[in-house]
Design a protein around this ligand. Structure first.
Ligand code: UD1
Length: 424
């Protein structure tokens, strides 16, 4: 297990490039299973979740060659149609193979994922969607089994108790591409990764309209062909870098990003007093003074992303007042709060709202990441804390941030990775 050792208090300056989006890579890799032949993805981030998906595709029988940000997939005429517990428990997004396998081969067997550090995260909406398309879904021995000789287009409403679902929207959209007839997905998630996946599917020959809006229409086709596709930049890495620059009161230009995908983050940071100039594929962030506190609630896109909640909290720990950040999507996404408090933050939880009383400065301490974005938040806080911060369980961060310590070092941070032997 690795940890980061950070000597905080150095402002970040310079330029940095954003990697391709993990959350676009995972469905794109699964989507390639819909067509036999060779598909090529570029701008693929070399992060743990992508490597886990690669392992799953290999087990299903696809050939995968990766290097230099490209992934070439050779998808054979026949695939194994099962995603085992061993992989699904490591990464819930393994669920993305359900729709493509079911649509192409008429059956899929995918382990139920089980619990997760940020909440229950059920898959009922994915299953509701597959059933609406005519699949018979049963749960046996901890596995979801879905079968349908031929999926049929249908009207599906994917609203759940916590609102829309990114994963279910993409999964049902992928399945519907090969269904007979027309599918209309209502209450669809509008995240950029949905539109990006639809763009890949369209390049494969799918007929999709409305991806990126609450209503998606899919006209089923008989077959899809392989395609080449470039992944969109990672909007959460973009936002995380913006928070890192702001907390160190630095000035950095972030390149190869999509400012239009981080509109809500830009708005909130500007409200906090961060100077932001957005151009074509780039954002310059500058923060020279103490930030103002903000009050926000996370929301599905185009709202402020839940995946930026922890990083914003880190930033608010040193604001000049009292901030309030409400989580509305995941019920247990505040594991980073006690860890931030170990760094001298003053955060109190009231239900699903974190009340953050800004302190003049954080002080370094050993802390522990509990999930991907929590780990990023602790690194961000550590960059500003006086003295040394050690963030352990960095494997969480490695799931979704490519070369982060190298990127931050290039911007002037003192951060290094230390290999920690496993406890006996
Ligand atoms: C995706 C992102 C994740 C992000 C989340 C919300 C990927 C790989 N992950 O996760 O980083 O935090 O969107 O923006 O893209 N829900 C149900 N039933 C379901 C599915 C979801 O009740 O069948 C609930 C979830 O528990 C959660 C809410 O719906 O409360 C939103 O989850 P969802 O959008 O599905 O998240 P993911 O696609 O898993």
């Amino acid at each position: 297990m690795d940890k980061f050792v950070i000597d905080g208090g150095r402002e970040l300056t310079g330029t940095v490039r954003v990697s391709g989006a993990k959350n676009a890579a995972l469905p794109a890799l699964a989507a390639c299973l819909l067509a036999p032949g060779r598909s090529v993805l570029s701008n693929v981030p070399n992060v743990m979740d992508v490597r886990t998906m690669r392992r799953l595709l290999l087990r299903l029988g696809a050939g995968v060659v990766s290097g230099d940000g490209r992934m070439t997939l050779d998808v054979p005429a026949a695939l194994k149609c099962e995603a085992e517990y061993e992989i699904v428990k490591q990464m819930r997004a393994s669920y993305y193979v359900l729709g493509p396998l079911l649509a192409r081969f008429g059956r899929a067997r995918v382990s139920l994922p089980g619990g997760c550090a940020i909440g229950a995260r059920p898959v009922d909406l994915h299953l509701r969607g597959m059933e609406a398309l005519g699949a018979r879904v049963t749960i046996v021995h901890g596995y979801v089994q879905a079968e349908a000789r031929q999926l049929r287009g249908a009207r599906v409403n994917l609203a759940g108790p916590h609102g829309v679902s990114v994963g279910a929207t993409i999964n049902v959209m992928m399945a519907a591409t090969l269904a007979r007839g027309a599918t209309v997905i209502e209450s669809a998630a509008m995240e950029p990764e949905v539109a990006a996946t639809a763009e890949l599917l369209a390049a494969m020959g799918a007929r999709i309209e409305g991806a990126g809006t609450p209503v998606i229409s899919v006209e089923g086709v008989d077959g899809l062909r392989p395609a080449e596709h470039r992944l969109v930049p990672d909007r959460i890495e973009t936002g995380s870098l913006m928070a890192a620059v702001a907390i160190t009161r630095g000035c950095v230009t972030i390149e190869d990003c999509r400012p239009d995908h981080v509109g809500a983050v830009i708005d909130v940071l500007r409200r906090a007093g961060v100077k932001i100039a957005a151009g074509d594929g780039m954002i310059t962030v500058e923060a020279r003074r103490r930030l103002r506190p903000v009050e926000i609630a996370v929301a599905p896109y185009p709202g402020f992303p839940t995946d930026m909640q922890a990083q914003l909290l880190a930033l608010m720990t040193v604001s000049g007042g009292i901030a309030a950040v409400t989580e509305t999507i995941f019920e247990n996404r505040f594991m980073h709060v006690p860890e931030l408090n170990r760094l001298g933050a003053d955060i109190r939880l009231e239900g699903n709202t974190a009340i953050v009383r800004g302190v003049p400065a954080l002080t370094g301490a050993p802390v522990m990441g509990s999930d991907l974005r929590a780990a990023a938040a602790l690194v961000i806080a550590g960059l500003a804390a006086q003295g040394r911060t050690e963030v352990s369980r960095i494997y969480h961060l490695d799931r979704g941030y490519e070369n982060w310590e190298r990127k931050l070092r290039k911007l002037g941070a003192r951060i290094r990775r230390v290999h920690q032997p496993m406890p006996a």
